[in-house]
Design a protein around this ligand. Sequence first.
Ligand code: ATP
Length: 233
Amino acid sequence: MLELENVHAFYGKAHILGGLSFTVGRGEVVALLGRNGAGKTTTMKSVMQLVRPREGRVVFQGADLVGRPAFRVAKAGLGYVPEERRIFTDLTVLENLEVGRQPTREGAPSWSVERLFELFPNLAERRGNRGKAMSGGEQQMLTIARTLMGNPLLLLLDEPSEGIAPIIVEQMAATILELKAEGLTVVISEQNLHFARAVADRAIIIEGGEKKFDGPFAELDARPEVSDAYLAV
Ligand code: ATP
């Protein structure tokens, strides 16, 4: 469904992604792992064309996204939840969701406000509250729910477990598994190996903007030297 082919990305002269290649199959949950600064966020932004790769291809459902404006990438069916939460703080939970509404898309699970309230019961209880009255974890959930209102085929979640209370982290893991059960394809970026293992089918480890490992968690477990070298334990 998604294929990165030899992607090179820069910030000014700094060469951040040095020819990154990987694929994500339909219905898979893939975790991008790596230390702080490894290039996980830049990888997601390169998919969304928020960072424009200078070389390489980002092929989504057979079409190269490189060079397209970011809003067209979203229209093609990619949903992106950045690390920093993006909600409208003066709008209510319900209004935040309505703002994200897009037409349904063939092949993608289709979401209504009511279905999302089933998936995120905390949000249902607080549907009339303004965004700014929500905790960090709830804002994170709201950002995900609002992105789902766009009925994406593939969801990119940047560090969903970062900076939220442990109980919400557990709920987040359960939610991602429910999204997978709905047939959504998900890519998460994570530093939390425990969380990644709980939700993902496969791990891709990045270090210095290059891929160092790509395989199931069982294979990663069988090669502890890989985690030792590239993941903060
Ligand atoms: P984190 O967990 O901290 O988000 P990451 O793996 O997502 O880490 P990136 O955010 O992709 O890493 O950063 C990769 C490299 O690019 C880092 O060295 C970072 O300092 C650098 N970088 C990120 N954003 C910019 C920017 N806007 N301008 C210049 N350099 C940047």
